[in-house]
Ligand binder design. Structure first.
Ligand SMILES: Cc1cc2nc3c(=O)[nH]c(=O)nc-3n(C[C@H](O)[C@H](O)[C@H](O)COP(=O)(O)OP(=O)(O)OC[C@H]3O[C@@H](n4cnc5c(N)ncnc54)[C@H](O)[C@@H]3O)c2cc1C
Length: 186
């Protein structure tokens, strides 16, 4: 599915939900939503993906009442790229006309698509990372001057501090703001 992109809500085990695009690449899953959750992800923990962020609850069962002859694949294609809809149908093992499936089966399928759980086997690591997630603890620094409390004359700014921003310019902002604070104190 390399190159397929779709809007999702992605959530790490210990982080907020991020509603943005997810992108399948030749190596795995990427895109803004996945980059965001990766800051909260720890090795071995699952990620939950909602592939139907815009569909109202009971969407598949309602579609069946609307047009029982429509296939579940055609219905999913209204919300997802065709290749992704096909793959997800295969994975959850539902096929054929909506009318041939009971409401319970449709609701179960919908629930899986809304909470698709997987455990990544790794990340691309620091070589591809946009932010380090970690560094010198803020508890060790003067918050007005960025001076290290235990080492006179040492100032710590930007990525070197354990401050991690979401995507959207917050890491630049932190680098510049902490740099100005230290520069004015020197
Ligand atoms: C691919 C990518 C995309 C990003 N996109 C965004 C974004 O869209 N928005 C956002 O907010 N943040 C983004 N970031 C994060 C942002 O770039 C960093 O948080 C920010 O640049 C950190 O600033 P810094 O001054 O702390 O460190 P750096 O910008 O890494 O600066 C450190 C500097 O020190 C130099 N240096 C290292 N060792 C030595 C040495 N021994 N002697 C002398 N110089 C040395 C390095 O060459 C470097 O120039 C992105 C990062 C990456 C990698």
């Amino acid at each position: 599915m390399s190159g397929v992109a779709t809007e999702v809500v992605a959530t790490a085990a210990h982080g907020p939900p991020f509603r943005e695009a997810a992108l399948f690449t030749h190596r795995g899953l990427s895109g803004p939503s996945i980059l965001q959750v990766s800051s909260y992800w720890r090795n071995g923990e699952p990620i939950a993906v909602d592939f139907l962020p815009d569909a109202p609850p009971g969407w598949l069962a309602a579609a069946k009442r609307d047009d029982p002859r429509r296939s579940i694949l055609r219905q999913l294609e209204q919300a997802l790229p065709t290749r992704l809809a096909e793959t997800l149908c295969d994975k959850i093992g539902v096929r054929g006309a909506l009318g041939g499936l009971g409401d319970r089966a449709l609701n179960d399928a919908e629930a899986r698509l809304r909470r698709w759980i997987f455990t990544p086997n790794g990340s691309e690591g620091y070589a591809k990372a946009e932010v380090t997630v970690g560094g010198v603890s803020t508890a060790e620094l003067n918050s007005r001057t960025m001076a290290a409390t235990r080492v006179p004359g040492l100032y710590v700014i930007g990525e070197a501090v354990d401050v991690t921003g979401w995507l959207g310019g917050y890491n630049f902002q932190w680098a510049w703001a902490s740099g100005v604070a230290a520069g004015e104190a020197l």
